[in-house]
Design a protein around this ligand. Sequence first.
Ligand SMILES: Cc1ncc(C[n+]2csc(CCOP(=O)(O)OP(=O)(O)O)c2C)c(N)n1
Length: 362
Amino acid sequence: MTTVEERLLPSAEPVCLIDQYGVPHDNPPYELPARETLLDGYTQLIKGRRFNEQASALVRQGRLAVYPSSFGQEACQIAATMVLREGDWLFPTYRDSVSIMSRGVDPIETLTLLRGDWHSGYDPYEHKVAPQSTPLATQLPHAVGVAHAARLKGEDTVVMALVGDGGTSEGDFHEALNFAAVFQAPVVFFIQNNEYAISVPLAKQSAAPSLAHKGIGYGVPGERADGNDLAGLLAVLGRAVEKARNGEGPQLIEAHTYRVQAHTNADDATRYREDAEVAPWLDRDPIDRLVKYLSENGGLDDAVRQRAEENAVRIAAQLRDGLMPEPEVEPAELFAYLYAEQTQQLREQAAFLRDELSREEA
Ligand SMILES: Cc1ncc(C[n+]2csc(CCOP(=O)(O)OP(=O)(O)O)c2C)c(N)n1
């Protein structure tokens, strides 16, 4: 019989299958993903990196209101969706645009919310991706609700719920874990621990031995992975999804990564951290290590590299072309789509706006 510790405790060190020098683990605790899977991951990483770079450029050009970049966290972004099936759900935060895009959502629709002129740019039901959540951790109880409902209906859906390290201090995080555990909801809570919540470092956020340990009190098994190792993430997240699908209840995974850039374009990270702290993380880049590994172990030939580069160029051009034109917005739509039946207050506010606009036009 397994002890409580064996069932719930995460591994002593984050699982890492390919280290920062591209060297594979000589006695891996999880099976290394197949080469084809890693090659697909490589292509997606290159695309995700270009998406991040282009979106940041569009902010500087005034075409996006804000862009919380996942630069350096792309392995987490890609792995989170690679382990899902078509019928599964993704519940992302504002930092997870690359994940949304890699799930198949149109890149322009992915960024429409962050452009600042529409509620959510995509239909959540089309690719089973919930709207990006800006209020921290509020997506988690929703994610549990969807998973619980699917289970009641006898479906084998798994829900991947993303959250940051800061988000794990929110009440919603704890309520979601508790509810999910009691009802054995098939949810994988995936924490991207990038060491910062805006300017607050992890040490001022949590005294837990690791964020994966936070599941224990609720009876949720935890596991940790190197968040810059795509192979390790695919293995750990893949097993968590499988367990959730097999009726073993919610799983909590923590990825150890780093927010290489500022929180958003509105933040100046040099005010609260030294460049010397950032530098070692640049050496742990998720793309570099996979390139080193695949180059040494075959598979990453010029043709694959060229195809990945062409994909990246295409996505950048698509973002530039799609987000450059001035959007046509209808101010009255601000009040639509929130409630099935409009509240009295919103009806009054909408009438007020209509009146203002008609006087402006007159
Ligand atoms: C409920 C709530 N409180 C405060 C904020 C303001 N806020 C926005 S981002 C952020 C930091 C979140 O950090 P983390 O969860 O680690 O995610 P990261 O931004 O690093 O991806 C805070 C406090 C918010 N959006 N929602």
